[in-house]
Design a protein around this ligand. Structure first.
Ligand code: HEC
Ligand code: HEC
Length: 371
């Protein structure tokens, strides 16, 4: 069995006889990334508070909404800076509640801001970077699947779709995360989260096998750079302004089902649809007629164009966290004809209801935003 050990910059290949299985991965430290000026750090902290706390939590602890991962665990920042932070932050993870925040894809942050936030998170974590190879991890995929189903599927899902933990089979995650990054997470776990370290629980070979199995789920995902839609203007906010109200029967006084919303849209009822996700995901796909009204909007300014007497329906992908957050604030501002789409847009799509999609130019998923 061939093993590669990295130590103080030297790469030593050593061959072990089977049975002599204990060759631990030793990781070389890597220089920390650039430091931020006080101003950049303050700006990054403010951006974190504005855009990220809803799901990742005030203290970067994670798991506040939508099982969003911790953004302070040691192993993530040892192995993941910048790619594994910068890329999901910039482009999002399609099919999950994590949207892209870079302006290039329709998000609210500049390239400088996403870099600074990436480094700010690193410095906040107090981790020291380790050097990982770019080499693929070799392993037995079939054996890896057995290990996966026994040890991982309960949280990550039978098909890597994510249940209470990240979607390991997600194509955008697989495009952005190198094998060694995945392997490192399995070996070391994610401190302060339900993801335990499998070092010592699984053999080195089985950690390789399960990594190879996860990699085998990658199908060559490509990132779409959407052609950005023009945002709707206030005169387009109300759908079917001349028609009657939908008169929804709301469960728990606030939720409308996808079925009822679809029926109301089909019947050309008058309403306002708010898409409360980060604007980049509205750009990718949204319910027709909806307006981007992201959860981080300065609401007092934004509501001036929003009539109070029209039924408002808010939705997100979370499936409800961002929409509920916005609706609560609207209620405080005196809007009482509000509803939240119960199943969220993913539920809506899974039930076969239509969305408007962006026409996207295809780009390869590996591009690093330049800086
Ligand atoms: C609406 C909820 C939500 C918001 C808001 C949100 N995220 Fe996420 N984020 C998620 C979820 C859910 C995942 C995991 C997706 C998956 O892979 O299954 C995630 C994953 C990530 C990851 C990958 C972490 C890992 O361990 O692989 C990073 C980095 C990240 N988010 C950063 C951010 C930053 C920075 C912000 C603010 C600019 C932000 N997120 C805002 C929900 C959110
Ligand atoms: C008890 C539930 C649970 C089990 C079992 C579990 N995980 Fe996890 N795993 C998590 C959670 C939760 C996270 C996200 C942790 C965080 O907040 O950063 C995670 C994170 C990860 C990550 C990092 C993903 C990323 O994008 O940063 C990998 C890789 C991973 N797990 C692989 C595995 C593998 C392989 C197994 C089985 C050998 C496994 N996990 C078993 C809950 C679990």
């Amino acid at each position: 069995m061939g093993k590669v050990i990295r130590l103080f910059g030297l790469t030593i290949s050593c061959y072990l006889f089977s049975g002599w299985a204990i060759a631990e991965h030793i990781y070389e430290k890597q220089d920390p990334p650039r430091e931020l000026t006080a101003e950049q750090a303050a700006n990054a902290a403010a951006n974190y508070q504005k855009y990220c706390t809803l799901c990742h939590g005030e203290d970067r602890q994670g798991h506040v909404n939508d099982h969003a991962p911790s953004l302070r665990s040691k192993s993530l920042f040892e192995s993941g800076v910048p790619h594994s932070i910068l890329r999901p932050l910039s482009y999002g993870r399609q099919g999950t509640a994590m949207g892209g925040y870079l302006d290039e894809v329709g998000g609210p942050m500049t390239l400088d801001e996403v870099w600074d936030l990436t480094y700010w998170l690193f410095w906040q974590s107090g981790a020291e970077r380790v050097k990982l190879t770019e080499n693929p991890v070799q392993g037995d995929i079939q054996r890896g699947e057995v290990v996966y189903q026994q040890n991982c599927a309960s949280c990550h899902g039978k098909n890597g779709e994510g249940v209470t933990a990240p979607a390991l089979g997600n194509q955008s995650a697989l495009a952005h995360n190198k094998d060694e990054f995945i392997r490192y997470a399995i070996e070391k776990g994610r401190q302060g989260t339900p993801m335990v370290a499998f070092e010592g629980k699984l053999s080195e070979a089985d950690i390789d096998n399960v990594t190879a199995f996860i990699r085998s789920k990658a199908s060559g995902w490509t990132m779409e750079k959407p052609v950005l839609h023009a945002l709707p203007t206030p005169d387009e906010y109300v759908i079917n302004p001349k028609n009657t109200d939908p008169d929804f029967n709301l469960s728990e006084g606030k939720y409308v089902s996808s079925e009822d919303l679809f029926a109301a849209l089909e019947a050309h009822k008058k309403m306002i649809l708010l898409d409360t996700r980060v604007t980049s995901v509205w750009q990718r796909a949204h319910i027709e007629g909806s307006i981007p009204f992201p959860y981080y909007s300065e609401l007092e300014d934004k509501v001036t164009d929003l009539p109070k007497d029209v039924q408002i329906v808010a939705y997100c992908s979370c499936p409800r966290a961002a929409a509920e957050y916005v609706v609560e604030q609207l209620n405080d501002l005196g809007y009482d004809k509000t509803a939240v789409l119960y199943e969220g847009i993913f539920g809506w799509m899974n039930m076969g209801y239509p969305v408007m999609r962006a026409e996207g130019a295809i780009d390869d998923g590996q591009t690093e935003p330049e800086h």
